[in-house]
Design a protein around this ligand. Structure first.
Ligand SMILES: NC(=O)c1ccc[n+]([C@@H]2O[C@H](COP(=O)([O-])OP(=O)(O)OC[C@H]3O[C@@H](n4cnc5c(N)ncnc54)[C@H](O)[C@@H]3O)[C@@H](O)[C@H]2O)c1
Length: 247
């Protein structure tokens, strides 16, 4: 496992699911964590889980769609942890519907959190990373951002946008020694996929060569690889962790 002892890692949307698994993987590797989410009680619980690894944990309620929230989160993280080495833009939402039935509000909401949130939090973190001339950003895209998906125009556009943003950031920030990559997960075993009817699960799994959903830890390990020194010459890369669903 990569060593992140003493490194300071920010993860957005880390109260549960993939974000919490990412934070936990970094905590196991010795990193201090700064995590945000929308629910304070869930943040407190996540802080307890992460604190058990003997690392520092800072939590803040944040709406990543708001510039002032992102700025405050980065500033408070630096104040509490001392610096910032890694940012993982994981916070994301879905508001699915076929395009003919998708409201303008649902379009705006998903783009605001998933795409604008990734832009705003990265911009806030950059100020710190540029100053110390080192840093690392890992964005969470999705396989549907690469292949499209009926009923998810807003979500797919946001996740495809994150791929474009990742490649552009990599080109803009490389000379300041800031690497930027993304992970594009396929189907992941979460509360959402657990709740699918067995018949539907079987149908979905039929399309996945590895014939199973990803564990959240498998996404987390890919994120950690990209953020680690093992990936020191990798930037602008979109790492597929999809069991072969899209090749
Ligand atoms: N679950 C999957 O199968 C899957 C597949 C591909 C990609 N992804 C992506 O992985 C990421 C995590 O997915 P998940 O299934 O763990 O989600 P989840 O719904 O379990 O958790 C989302 C997290 O984001 C936070 N959040 C939501 N809106 C926010 C906002 N405005 N500001 C700050 N935090 C906010 C929530 O508090 C929560 O901590 C998302 O970006 C998602 O699009 C998930």
């Amino acid at each position: 496992m990569a060593d992140f002892k003493g490194k300071n890692v920010m993860v957005t949307g880390a109260t549960r699911g993939i974000g919490l698994a990412i934070a936990e993987e970094f905590a196991k590797a010795g990193a201090n964590l700064s995590i945000c989410g929308t629910n304070q009680a869930a943040l407190d619980q996540a802080a307890q889980t992460l604190g058990a690894y003997g690392v520092k944990v800072y939590t803040q309620r944040v709406n990543v769609a708001l510039a002032e929230d992102c700025e405050a989160f980065v500033q408070n993280t630096v104040k509490e942890l001392g610096s910032l080495d890694v940012l993982v833009n994981n916070a994301g939402i879905t508001k699915d519907n076929l395009t003919v039935r998708m409201s303008e509000q649902d379009w705006d909401d998903v783009i605001a959190v998933n795409l604008k949130g990734t832009f705003l939090m990265s911009k806030a973190a950059l100020k710190v990373m540029f100053k110390k001339r080192s840093g690392n950003i890992v964005n969470i895209s999705s396989v549907v951002g690469e292949m499209g998906n009926a009923g998810q125009a807003n979500y797919v556009a946001s996740k495809a946008g994150i791929i474009g943003l990742t490649k552009t950031f990599a080109k803009e920030f490389g000379s300041r020694n800031v690497r930027v990559n993304a992970v594009a997960p396929g189907f992941v075993q979460t509360a959402m996929t657990d709740a699918l009817p067995e018949e539907m699960k079987a149908k979905v799994l039929d399309t996945v060569p590895l014939k199973r959903f990803a564990k959240t830890q498998e996404i987390a390990k890919a994120v950690m690889f990209l953020a680690s020194e093992d990936a020191s010459y990798i930037t602008g890369h979109i790492l597929a962790v999809n069991g072969g669903l899209y090749i």
